[in-house]
Design a protein around this ligand. Structure first.
Ligand code: NAD
Ligand code: UD1
Length: 339
C-alpha cells in the first residue's frame, strides 16, 4: 500500500515510517519541518534501504496537498502533523486550533477530492482529563483540560462525522499514552527543542550531563511511592500500532478510537531507577512543587487495541531506557550533529 504520512519527519512519525517500510508499504512524507528534521528521513532511508519521498509543505496548504495527492496517489494517510506542547497551547490557543483542527480539515478535504478514504490519527490519552476511574478505557468520558487536548477531541469528532457522511470513509484515532524511547539502532529518536517538558528526555539529558538535576514534580501523591504514575510505551511499539491499525481499517468501517499503552503504571522514581540501571549513571534529582495541570496517575486499559487492531506492546521499561540512552549518547546534539 502507498501511505502518506503527515509529520513523518517528527519523532513518532519517523519511527512509524521505518515500520511501514519494513512491513512492505511505500511511503510519502508531508512535513513542514517546523519541528521535524529532513535528516531523520535520510537516516530512515539508510536504516531500511528503502526510498522515501519527502514533500516539504504545510497541511493547511490545500493546493500543495492536491499536488502531493495527484503525484503519489496514496491509498491511506497516517496523520501526525500538529503542535504538541500543552503549555504553549494555553498561551497561544488559536495556533493550535488553526494547525491541528484547521489543518486536519484541509487534509480531509484533500483526501475527499483525491478519493482517499482511510486515515489513522494521532490522538492522545489527554482527551480523557481527570480520571473518573482507572484504567481509562475507550468508554471513559472525554473532558480534556487544555486547548491541546481539546484539539485532539475535536479532530476525533470531525473524523466521526466524516465517516458518518460517507460509508467509504474509515478512520482510527489512536489515543497514545506516554511515548518514549528511540529506535534500537540509535539513529532516530526524540530531539526536543530547548528544555524538555517531558520526563524521559529530561532524565536522559541529566544522565549525559547536559542538565544538573531532574526536578521531580511532587513526591507526596497518595498512590505508590508518592510520585506521578504514567503508562509509558516504547515508540517502536507505538509505530507498529500504526501499521496494525492501517491493516485493521480493511476490516472495520466507521471511526474507531483505540488506546495505545501497556496498561501498566510506572512512577517517576521507578523510571529514574530503570534509567540509572540501563545507563550505569546516577541521576541527580530534587523535589519540586507540583506542575500545574498534572494528574497523579493514569494508565490504559489496552484490551481494545488487541481485540480491534491486533496489537499489543512487546517492549518494557528496560528497553525504553536502554534505547533512549543509546540515542542520547550517540546524538548528544540531536539531529544537529552526526554520529
Ligand atoms: P513532532 O513534533 O516530533 O512531530 C510532528 C511533526 O509534524 C513535525 O515533524 C512537524 O514538523 C510537523 N508539522 C507540524 N505542523 C505541521 C503543519 N502545519 N504541516 C505539516 N507538518 C507539520 O511530534 P511527535 O511527538 O512525533 O507527535 C506526533 C503526533 O502525535 C502529534 O500530533 C502529537 O500531538 C501526537 N501525540 C504525541 C505524544 C507525545 O508524547 N509525543 C502524545 C500523544 C499524542
Ligand atoms: C505530558 C502532557 C500530555 C501529553 C504527554 C505525552 C502536560 C501537562 N501534559 O503529560 O498532554 O499527552 O506529556 O507524553 O504537559 N515529571 C517530573 N519532572 C519533569 C517532567 C515530568 O517529575 O521534569 C513528572 C510529571 O509530573 C509526571 C511524569 O513525570 O508525573 C510524566 O510527565 P510527562 O513526561 O511530562 O508526561 P505527562 O505529564 O503524562
Amino acid at each position: 500500500m502507498k501511505v502518506l504520512v503527515t509529520g513523518g519527519a517528527g519523532y513518532i512519525g519517523s519511527h512509524t515510517v521505518v515500520e511501514l517500510l519494513q512491513a512492505g508499504h511505500d511511503v510519502v512524507v508531508v512535513d513542514s519541518l517546523v519541528n521535524g528534521h529532513a535528516e531523520a528521513i535520510e537516516r530512515v532511508q539508510d536504516l531500511t534501504g528503502r526510498p522515501v519521498d519527502l514533500e516539504v509543505g504545510d497541511i493547511r496548504d490545500r493546493p500543495f496537498l492536491d499536488r502531493v495527492f495527484a503525484a503519489h496517489t496514496p491509498s491511506a494517510v497516517v496523520h501526525f502533523a500538529g503542535l504538541k506542547a500543552v503549555g504553549e497551547s494555553v498561551e497561544n490557543p488559536l495556533a493550535y486550533y488553526d494547525v491541528s483542527v484547521g489543518g486536519s480539515r484541509v487534509l480531509l478535504e484533500a483526501m475527499d477530492a483525491a478519493g482517499c478514504h482511510k486515515i489513522i490519527f494521532s490522538s492522545s490519552a489527554t482527551v480523557y482529563g481527570e480520571p473518573q476511574y482507572l484504567p481509562y478505557d475507550e468508554q471513559h468520558p472525554t473532558n480534556p483540560v487544555n486547548p491541546y487536548g481539546r484539539t485532539k477531541m475535536m479532530v476525533e469528532q470531525i473524523l466521526g462525522d466524516w465517516c458518518a457522511a460517507d460509508p467509504a470513509c474509515r478512520a482510527i484515532s489512536l489515543r497514545y499514552f506516554n511515548p518514549v524511547g528511540a529506535h534500537p539502532s540509535g539513529r532516530i529518536g526524540e530531539d526536543p527543542q530547548g528544555i524538555p517538558n517531558n520526563l524521559m528526555p529530561y532524565i536522559a539529558q541529566v544522565a549525559v550531563g547536559q542538565r544538573p538535576a531532574l526536578q521531580i514534580f511532587e513526591d507526596d501523591y497518595e498512590a505508590r511511592d508518592g510520585t506521578g504514575e504514567r503508562d509509558y510505551v516504547h515508540v517502536v511499539d507505538l509505530a507498529k500500532a500504526h501499521v496494525a491499525a492501517i491493516e485493521a481499517l480493511e476490516k472495520h468501517a466507521g471511526h474507531q478510537v483505540v488506546n495505545v499503552g501497556r496498561g501498566q503504571g510506572v512512577t517517576v522514581l521507578e523510571l529514574v531507577a530503570a534509567f540509572e540501571q540501563a545507563s550505569d549513571t546516577d541521576i541527580a534529582r530534587l523535589i519540586a512543587p507540583r506542575r500545574a495541570g498534572d494528574l497523579p496517575s493514569f494508565y490504559a486499559n489496552a484490551s481494545q487495541a488487541k481485540a480491534l487492531v491486533g496489537w499489543q506492546a512487546e517492549l518494557g521499561i528496560a528497553e525504553m531506557c536502554r534505547d533512549t540512552w543509546n540515542w542520547q549518547c550517540r546524538n548528544p546534539a540531536g539531529f544537529g550533529a552526526s554520529q
